[in-house]
Design a protein around this ligand. Structure first.
Ligand SMILES: Nc1ncnc2c1ncn2[C@@H]1O[C@H](COP(=O)(O)OP(=O)(O)OP(=O)(O)O)[C@@H](O)[C@H]1O
Ligand SMILES: O=C([O-])CC(=O)C(=O)O
Ligand SMILES: [Ca+2]
Ligand SMILES: [Mn+2]
Length: 666
């Protein structure tokens, strides 16, 4: 009967007599079953390992270029004999030379690979020399491990294991903290003034180049190098800048953090394994000592942070800041020096291209919309921030994008939202401690939250990131005064006037309550990065725009209907419609009327944009307040331009006159 354990209809099992005495039933298998068939679910073939260590050694397959040794065996390399060094050896020698102490004239002893890894590692061949005991230092005796061009996955592991504040977010990005500094430190930037740069660069009032001498640079360089050599391990990135193959620059970044290495991996152009094998000597080297400060007793130092550029030595030193943007923008400064020497214009601009090959440039100061508006689902992204314009067309300097994340939404910026995934560095964002979902509205750490991702994370990026000559040059200004029209067409002189002015007005504070907008004028929409006098870049831009017949536009991505506090920021959807109309060419054929004071040409209609916002005065309720604010802004423009009135722009005296006349008239 059911339940008494004696069912045996199929002969599958039967209870032994013990069942009757309440013991556990003994299971008997099917008649005739051989012992080898007992376990039907474990029929895997023989294993290839005898020990746990062997099992672990099987997990990782060797790959070039990130694993320690190319030629198997894993023997520690001895002193270099008559045989030619392997590429791994060459790399170590090259890095050791980069990290050489200038006072001791020796490079550190280097080992490739993580210090904690059990994997066999190779070290740089070191010629044994007998040195006086007094010259021997502890750092000279130790080995520094070099983590050379690690992959994003390896860098994630390094960051999570060793760098506090590193987490994987719910979408797979690496959340990091940049420490005390969450933005650049322009007041701490120094540029070496030597015989050459004294005459070539822009110095003095308004210039971003604060001088330092060669000797002081070497003091800071030694400080950074000694710090890096004192560590167990340093990260080394060998990468490229500029997608134009004829004007590509090789850069090496030596840093103390996996965060910095992954950031630059994303932001610079990534070499192929073959290119890395044959990388050779870099054209420019960054020593990023991160949190290690400069010595404030050092000449020219006014804080514990110092970002030093030496164009002669082709080196940059970073002390006392971990904000990764310093590296990206430091290299941009270098390009602003090197490229004009080759008659190539360097630009703080975004750049994209339509299906018909029409290229647009987007100039603008930080936060005005270069990244947001160049990332356009209907167009190919060439780059979001740094470009070159040569006789051949445009090329992106970088291999990645650096998007502002504050208030980021999937609806408004889907491509940027989707780019925040595995491999992306997310700086200073706040996330849920359990779900790891990021709250992009949270400004607890900083308002300047950022995502750095490789450009190919944007689905319609154009690889290689080059394009033909621009057709449209769009100047973005986030006008928190709310008086500039959302869109106006510029003639060449006006384009130059606004390019040299480089105006934007962001909101002064992030605290509660209404704050006065603060006007910022930054020549060439990037005074912090230019090296030569602004008129040099302006002359090149004028010449190129003229030669190519490019049209200039001024787009206000800021306020409408009143200043910050009374009006509101122009809807991103409207700005996108305006940009669409520029790209399509429909705005070129529109009818226009001219504004008072600034003399800007405003279109009477733009498809998809309410006409009442096109003329700024119409959107203001208080017309008197509008006029006062407009005059106030015009005055700010005029004051700012005074420093440029004594400069000639290019060889064309007539253009200079026209540019001076292209400013506000009142
Ligand atoms: N009408 C608008 N047009 C453009 N951007 C807008 C508009 N309204 C709001 N925004 C927001 O303004 C910000 C523009 O930032 P974006 O990253 O594009 O600046 P950026 O010019 O690339 O600056 P940076 O050089 O510092 O990278 C984004 O957060 C975007 O969502
Ligand atoms: O450099 C930065 O921190 C961000 C940036 O792109 C800019 O300011 O133009
Ligand atoms: Ca940007
Ligand atoms: Mn920028």
């Amino acid at each position: 009967m059911a339940g008494n354990g004696n069912e045996n209809a199929d002969g599958d099992f039967s209870f032994s007599a013990a069942a009757a005495r309440d013991a556990l039933p003994r299971i008997t298998t099917e008649k005739g079953a051989k012992s080898a068939d007992v376990c039907h679910d474990d029929t895997a073939p023989r294993v290839n390992f005898q020990t746990i260590d062997e099992l672990h050694s099987l997990q990782k397959k060797r790959s070039a270029p990130t694993t320690p040794l190319k030629e198997g065996g894993g023997v520690v390399m001895g002193t270099s004999g008559p045989t030619t060094p392997s590429s791994g050896e060459t790399m170590l020698q090259s890095v050791s030379a980069s990290l050489a102490s200038l006072t001791r004239e020796t490079g550190p002893k280097l080992i490739r690979g993580d210090p904690t890894s059990a994997a066999k590692v190779a070290h740089v061949p070191h010629t044994p020399t007998s040195v006086p005991a007094a010259d021997v230092s502890d750092s000279g005796l130790k080995f520094t491990h070099i983590l050379h061009n690690l992959s994003p996955a390896e860098l994630y592991e390094q960051a999570i294991k060793y760098e506090k504040g590193s987490f994987v977010t719910s979408t797979g990005a690496l959340a990091t903290l940049s420490g005390a500094k969450t933005g650049r430190s322009p007041k701490d930037k120094r540029v070496v003034k030597d015989e050459t740069t004294a005459s070539e660069l822009w110095w003095g009032k308004g210039s971003p180049n604060i001088e330092m001498d060669e000797q002081t640079f070497l003091v800071n360089r030694e400080r950074a190098v000694d710090y890096l050599n004192s560590l167990d391990k340093v990260f080394v990135n060998d990468q490229y800048l500029n997608w134009d193959p004829e004007n590509r620059i090789k850069v090496r970044i030596v840093s103390a953090r996996a965060y910095h290495s992954l950031f630059m991996h994303n932001m610079c152009i990534r070499p192929t394994p073959e290119e890395l094998e044959n990388f050779g000597t870099p054209d420019f080297t960054i020593y990023n000592a991160g949190k290690f400060p400069c010595n404030r007793y050092t000449h020219y130092m006014t804080s514990s942070t110092s970002v030093d550029i030496n164009l002669g030595r082709r080196e940059m030193v970073i002390l006392g800041t971990q904000y990764a943007g310093e590296m990206k923008k430091g290299l941009f400064g270098v390009m602003h020096y090197l490229m004009p020497k080759r008659k190539i214009l360097s630009l703080h601009s975004g750049c994209n291209m339509g299906k018909e090959g029409d290229v647009a440039l987007f100039f603008g100061l930080s936060g005005t919309g270069k990244t947001t508006l160049s990332t356009d689902h209907n167009r190919y992204l060439i780059g979001d921030d740094e470009h070159c314009w040569s006789d051949a067309g445009v090329s992106n300097i970088e291999g990645g994008c650096y998007a502002k994340c504050i208030d980021l939404s999937r609806e408004k910026e889907p491509d940027i939202w989707n780019a925040i995934k595995f491999g992306t560095v997310l700086e200073n964002v706040v996330f849920d401690e359990h779900t790891r979902e990021v709250d992009y509205n949270d400004k607890s750490v900083t308002e300047n939250t950022r995502a750095a991702y490789p450009i190919e994370y944007i689905p319609n990026s154009k690889i290689p990131c080059v394009g033909p000559h621009p057709k449209n040059v769009i100047l973005l200004a986030c006008d928190a005064f709310g008086v500039l029209p959302p869109i106006s067409k510029l003639d060449l002189a006006q384009t130059m006037y606004h390019f040299i002015s480089g105006y934007t007005a962001l909101v002064a504070g992030t605290e509660e309550g209404v704050k006065e907008p603060r006007a910022t004028f930054s020549a060439c929409f990037g005074a912090a990065f230019i090296m030569l006098h602004p008129t040099k870049y302006a002359a090149m831009l004028a010449e190129k725009m003229q030669a190519q017949g490019a049209t200039g536009w001024l787009v206000n991505t800021g306020w409408s209907g009143g200043s910050y506090g009374a009006g509101s920021r122009i809807k991103l959807a409207y700005t996108r419609k305006i940009i669409d109309a520029i790209h399509s060419g429909s705005l070129l054929n529109a009818t226009y009327h001219k504004t008072e004071i600034f003399g800007l040409e405003i279109p009477n209609e733009v498809e998809g944009v309410p006409s009442e916002i096109l003329e700024p005065m119409n959107a203001w309720e208080d017309k008197e307040a509008y006029k006062d604010t407009l005059l106030k802004l015009a005055g700010l423009f005029r004051n700012n331009f005074e420093t440029f009135t004594s400069h000639k722009i290019g060889d064309d005296g007539k253009l200079t006159e026209e540019i001076l006349a292209a400013g506000p008239n009142f």
